[in-house]
Design a protein around this ligand. Structure first.
Ligand SMILES: *Cc1c(COP(=O)(O)O)cnc(C)c1O
Length: 538
């Protein structure tokens, strides 16, 4: 997804990247070299070997296709490239791999990828859960996958019906009167929602410049408010991450367009005073944007529209089972009240007498926010998931997600410091209080060492309001045995801290790369390979 540029993502990356200092964003520093570059460098590394770029394999003259000599005379094909457009030099820098080389290259690369399909991936706030394969099969049905987005409505009835039914399902789940499926990510859903608020205020002739955002919010919240033309004012949260209502009461004045609120918040705590909060904001003419990325905690249990929210986004790629991570497609539908509905993007899918059509006639609409219908493959997966589980199944999904987080909290509470006493919903946040008593290890060291035990690290150092935070979201899809394995890994790492802290401080040891210079990697990444880039022995 658009998992970039936010405080959280920068921080959580520290847990999931594992490159060596020597290769970290300085284009002058050499890339490590190994036996795949040069057989004389063979060392016992198991599978944990850095895979070269396909360009870095020695030039062999090999080619991936073996076409037979043509049996008919060659003729100049009509429209063939003119000679000047045909490249004659620089070709030797292209990869020279046989078909088998190429298969091995990509298979080895796939094995260096940590994934939910291999082990628990407790990246808090991101809801990394199992994505049932049936959704993939449905999204790949040729009639859906092959449908051109510009087909006339009469020829796209199936797709339009899916979009319509999904919108109806999301209305029922959230309690809102209307919604759009267009936004391609949560962050874009936020932008859409804040633009709806802006349009509603403009329609009333009101000029309100500010949006309130709590300090525990995901970085995309202030970014979206800013992109929509507002200035952000930060609200302090209480130690458990919930909103300081007295602070809200002081700051919510006639210059404030509204509040962006995550509920349950980033500590996995439900805002108990949510209706009071809504009354304060609405009483002074503002709107409330609800960040719905944490909907996995409450599907079938509570509905944001019922608490008085005005608009929210959902992350289909979190709650509704689309695979995510690594920048794949997502969807961030934006749901809203009847009051804000006139401003929703166009086109909208309308059902009439069992037929579906796209309606562009919405003069107050903010316009399009994405091409065509958004990421329709993701939308198909989400409806497939919702229909497969049904109302009861969706509720059970949330109940078990909460149960799993509480199980981990209970099992880990004597080992790590739980950041708050408030009841945990779908994720549990630990602070680093007391951690350094284990040989001086830090949150980052634990995250790195977890990789050696085969787990993707949790989100670390977010939310910023918790010192040395470690945010664990197991999701409903983890069986108890896997949760117990995670607890065993934490126990083992703390014991290692007591007995051999260097082992933890220099982890990971069983990964192709070690630790990254994260500042340089973020500021000066190498984004492009160039011929002759220096290689280093590793
Ligand atoms: C993931 C997330 C977002 C942003 O969603 P994207 O799809 O990554 O753009 C916003 N808020 C919270 C709390 C999130 O966890």
């Amino acid at each position: 997804m658009s998992d970039t540029g936010t405080a959280k993502k920068t921080q959580s990356k520290s847990g999931d990247s594992n490159s060596e200092d020597s290769h970290s964003g300085d284009s002058d520093s050499p890339r490590p070299q190994n036996s795949l570059h040069n057989p004389a460098m063979l060392k016992p590394t198991g599978y944990f070997q850095e895979e070269p770029l396909s360009f870095e394999y020695p030039a062999t003259g090999n080619c991936g296709v073996a076409l037979r000599e043509a049996e008919v005379p060659e003729v100049e094909p009509a429209g063939a490239l003119p000679g000047v457009a045909l490249r004659s030099d620089g070709l030797e820098a292209l990869p020279q791999l046989s078909e088998f080389d190429a298969i091995r290259h990509f298979t080895r690369l796939s094995k260096t990828n940590v994934s939910i399909d291999a082990a628990m991936y407790p990246l808090g706030s991101c809801t990394m859960k199992y994505n049932p394969r049936i959704n993939e099969a449905v999204a790949r049905l040729p009639g859906l996958a092959g449908a051109h987005p510009l087909l006339p409505d009469e020829l796209a009835q199936g797709t339009l019906e899916i979009l319509h039914r999904l919108t109806e399902a999301l209305k029922e789940i959230t309690g809102f009167a209307a919604g759009t499926l267009q936004p391609a990510a949560g962050a874009q859903g936020e932008l859409t929602g804040v633009l709806l608020i802006r349009s509603a205020l403009e329609a009333k002739g009101e000029r309100r410049r500010f949006i309130l955002v709590p300090d525990s919010a995901h970085g995309t919240n202030p970014a979206s408010a800013h992109l929509a033309g507002f200035e952000v004012r930060e609200l302090k949260s209480l130690p458990d991450g919930t909103l300081d209502i007295a602070d809200l009461d002081r700051r919510m004045d006639a210059g404030v367009a509204g509040l962006m609120l995550t509920n349950p918040n980033t500590l996995g705590i439900f805002e108990r005073d949510i209706t009071k909060i809504a009354a304060i904001v609405h009483g002074r003419g503002g709107y409330i944007y609800c960040d719905g990325a944490n909907m996995n905690a409450q599907v079938g249990v509570s509905r944001p529209a019922d608490w008085g929210m005005d608009v929210m986004h959902l992350n289909l790629h979190k709650t509704f089972s689309t695979p995510h991570g690594g920048g794949g497609p997502g969807a961030g539908p934006c749901m809203c009240t009847a009051e804000l509905a006139p401003y929703l993007p166009v086109p909208r899918v309308v059902a009439e007498n069992g037929r579906y059509r796209l309606d562009w006639d919405a003069p107050e609409s903010i316009g399009k926010v994405s091409t065509f219908h958004g990421n329709s493959g993701v939308l198909v997966r989400a409806l497939s998931y919702i229909l497969a589980l049904g109302g009861e199944g969706l509720r059970e999904m949330s109940d078990v997600a909460v149960l799993n987080a509480n199980y981990l909290r209970h099992r880990l509470k004597d080992l790590l410091h739980v950041a708050t006493d408030a009841p945990t919903l779908h994720e549990v946040v630990f602070s680093d209080q007391g951690l350094s008593e284990h040989g001086g290890i830090t949150t980052l060291d634990v995250a790195k060492r977890l990789m050696d035990y085969g787990f993707h690290p949790p989100t670390v150092y977010f939310p910023l309001t918790v010192h040395g935070a470690m945010m664990v979201e197991p999701t409903e899809s983890e069986p108890r045995a896997e949760l117990d394995r995670f607890v065993a890994a934490i126990e083992a790492i703390l014991a290692e801290g007591d007995n051999d802290p260097e082992l933890v401080k220099t982890a990971p040891h069983l990964a192709p790369r070690r630790r990254l210079d994260e500042t340089r990697a973020a500021r000066r990444p190498i984004l492009r390979w160039t011929p002759g880039m220096p290689l280093e022995e590793s």
